[in-house]
Design a protein around this ligand. Structure first.
Ligand code: NZQ
Ligand code: ZN
Length: 386
């Protein structure tokens, strides 16, 4: 196994009614809170009122309206509120978009220039407000990691800011808050979780046996419980298993002793940057095409291992097993109700080469990915999905 440093400082409060700890925990840092949330699902579900009741003695400022694929303009608004009112903690109530905006705001609050500078140069991040989250959709793992993905509307860039100061201090993970999730969001979240595990699983390092086996169990958990959560939105067992898998999937547990750059995420981030589509939907479309593109005699062994250990494929020949595993993956995404063509989400061939060049420029695809890709590989993968 490769050398590895592992430190996850986030306090996770998992299970029903864990939200009741918020006043005590946030109170350790002060009583002026910026609450960051999305388009209104928390008002419909009653969570908004619940937060107000628990934080009764706090001075709460609000930044509502965080959109999926959170925008730099929202971050600027949030940072301005923090500076103007002396905010002492940021509380995101929602999914990855609200949490990511909250993280960027937390460090932009201590920076006088354009917050985009912090994305381009993380050495400029020197301080951050404490970040609290109440998670309402399992997908990104942002509740337990130091990353935030922000879209710059002007430049059409969607990039990650990643810094140890951006680990949430505490995350409330109550699976029952996901009972209100629509099927499409549950499906997109399940695909995102699976994709995070795959990105770390499909790496050249073959010596991290424990990491690979843990990853396979986590992938099987998504495959078992994703469809159940869609069919029975208030199934606590399904929601709770998916929830914990989502947090583990991106808190570096599944990359322990491995490493390397991710493959499908940078290709997808261009789709959601240029066309503002749902991240998990983009991943569902691209993943099987990426798998087919990189399958070769060299990679067949790992793909066959994936097929046998995750999908219970029994073919003895590696290449045959690998192909069966890819087919099962594609079918599973379809069964979840995900589209499998870019045309189904309104994307044509007009900007493929532009997006491919950006994917290469902004990632380690051409230097450190499982199979190194150049811009024409990426364009071909997009083209396969038309
Ligand atoms: O905005 P509201 O009204 O809250 O509705 C949201 C939104 O429309 C809805 N929703 C969330 N919880 C709900 C609910 N509706 C009903 N009941 C609930 N309990 O779901 C929609 C999607 O929410 P969003 O926060 O956008 O989803 P997600 O958690 O998938 O976040 C996606 C963003 O995170 C980035 C993605 O690129 C995308 O921008 N990522 C962040 C990562 C990270 N920080 O580590 C890694 C990921 O790979 C990813 O790139
Ligand atoms: Zn993702």
């Amino acid at each position: 196994m490769n050398n590895y440093e592992y430190h996850v400082p986030t306090d996770i409060r998992f299970g029903r009614d864990q939200i009741s700890c918020l006043d005590k925990e946030i109170g350790k840092f002060g009583n002026k809170v910026l609450m960051v949330y999305g388009g209104g699902s928390i008002k419909l579900s009653g969570l908004y009122d619940k937060v107000y009741k628990i934080l009764n003695d706090f001075e709460i400022y609000e930044l509502p309206g965080i959109e999926p694929n959170p925008k730099l303009s929202s971050v600027k608004m949030g940072a301005a509120i923090c500076k103007q009112y002396g905010i002492e903690a940021v509380l995101a109530v929602g999914g990855g978009s609200s949490i990511d905006a909250a993280k960027h705001i937390a460090c932009a609050a201590f920076y006088d220039g354009d917050p985009w500078d912090l994305v381009l140069d993380r050495s400029l991040v020197t301080r951050a407000l404490p970040i609290f989250t109440v998670l309402t959709i399992s997908a990104t793992g942002s509740e337990m990691n130091p990353g935030a993905v922000i879209s710059n509307e002007k430049t059409k860039e969607k990039l990650e800011i990643n810094h140890p100061l951006l680990y949430p201090t505490l995350s409330v993970c109550d699976p029952s808050y996901q009972f209100t999730l629509p099927a499409r969001q549950t499906a997109a979240g399940t695909v995102d979780i699976l994709s995070h595990i795959m990105e770390q699983y499909f790496q050249p390092n073959d010596h991290a046996y424990i990491t690979d086996r843990l990853s396979e169990v986590a992938m099987k958990t998504c495959i078992k419980y994703g469809p159940i959560a869609i069919a029975e939105p208030d199934n606590y067992e399904a929601r709770s298993n998916l929830m914990w898998t989502g947090s583990l999937a991106l808190n570096h547990l599944f990359t322990f002793g491995k490493g390397g750059a991710w493959s499908v995420h940078p290709i997808e981030h261009e789709l959601s940057a240029f066309y503002d589509i749902t991240h998990g939907v983009g991943l569902a479309i691209l993943t099987p095409a990426w798998m087919k593109h990189v399958l070769s005699d060299e990679t067949a062994g790992r793909f066959a291992m994936y097929a046998r250990n995750v999908w219970d494929v029994s073919q003895e020949d590696d290449m045959t097993a690998a192909k069966a595993g890819i087919l099962r993956t594609q079918r599973f995404f379809r069964e979840l109700g995900m589209p499998d063509k870019l045309s189904e989400v309104g994307i044509d061939d007009s900007r493929l080469s532009e997006m491919a060049a950006e994917a290469i420029r902004t990632s380690g695809l051409s230097t450190r990915a499982y199979v190194k890709l150049n811009a024409s590989d990426v364009e071909n993968i997009y083209r396969e999905c038309l």
